[in-house]
Write a protein that binds this ligand. Sequence first.
Ligand code: NAD
Ligand code: DAU
Length: 353
Amino acid sequence: MRDLKTILITGGAGFIGSHVVRRFVNNYPGSRIINLDKLTYAGNLENLTDIEKKPNYTFVKGDIVDSAFVDKLFLEYAFDGVIHLAAESHVDRSISNPTEFAVTNVIGTINLLNAAKKNWHGKYDTCLFYHVSTDEVYGSLRTTGYFTEETSYDPRSPYSASKASSDHFVMAYYHTYGLPVMISNCSNNYGPNHFPEKLIPLAIHNIKNNKPVPVYGKGENVRDWLYVEDHASAIDLAFHKGKVGETYNIGGHNEWKNIELIRLLCQVMDKKLNRTEGTSKKLITFVKDRAGHDLRYAIDSSKIQKELGWKPSLVFEQGLEKTVDWYLANDKWLNDVTTGEYQKYYKEQYEER
Ligand code: NAD
Ligand code: DAU
């Protein structure tokens, strides 16, 4: 087991990052966890109030695109581990603003790689750069087959192109300079703290408020959903026990057509809100499809299951109910993130197209 003592987690105020930070702070009291986040619209320190006072936790506000700042941070803290999650993460936003995605996701990653390379010189065997990536880099599946670690990259949205590019840079630093790296490519996450621009939290928010639930196209697209804490547990395992230079695919073996998922969610919401069965599904509204909408993602996670013994802990119906309960119990969180900028985004995305 790798024993890393000063770990930089980037993007730790975001959805997945906050679950990874919490897990590491609680499970590794002997390690110091530094959370670097720019606090964009997607970053929210309210996600971490339960651990913010722990002695092994430090938050630093900053931008991974600022190379001088990143260099200074590496000098100041002498990290021996990096878990890199900071990114622009929403496909629809990448369609409106591809450049922002290239800058954050590609240049930001290169800045971190450069700082690690410089500061870890001579001690590569005791350090690790762990890059968190997505199944979207593999492109779009038809109705059969799975993405494995050997599937060729074929990104089709500006978001996935930027993530694919960052993955290539990570591997290039491994092959060219011997930098100790690892990558994991995960399927769609869901769970608490998910920003309500993404399908599941957006639908929960709209159903709760009796607003139309927008389903792109005919709702035929398929995603493979994984509970966010199961992604965090996979990252923890690979970070500590995975092999340097390897890629691990992480997924839920849990494929849902969007329309079927939304129908299930409507049933759960009817139950939780004490509404007559069938009330929420009347809100389903088919809207203009996403440009270049990938048909299907499905991950073969047998490598991390066999080699490291990882497996998801929750079945989807349990995870979805847990998620709905969290959103219904966390009104303040939801209200805080759906004011201001969110209203503007929502209008542009759903009412003006
Ligand atoms: P998110 O959008 O919720 O969070 C991203 C975080 O990064 C935010 O806290 C934001 O403030 C921060 N950030 C953005 N730009 C930054 C910058 N320039 N400098 C410092 N911090 C910055 O994203 P997420 O859904 O939690 O995804 C996290 C990572 O996991 C991403 O790399 C994403 O590509 C990957 N991923 C996400 C999913 C998913 O289903 N959400 C699945 C697989 C992989
Ligand atoms: O597969 C992993 C990826 O999953 C991550 O890398 C991304 O960061 C993450 O955002 C997610 O991307 P998707 O595009 O799959 O997630 P999103 O929640 O945006 O959409 C899920 C599906 O639902 C997709 O087929 C588009 C559809 N959709 C989405 C929204 C926001 C709708 O039908 N209506 C909507 O309003």
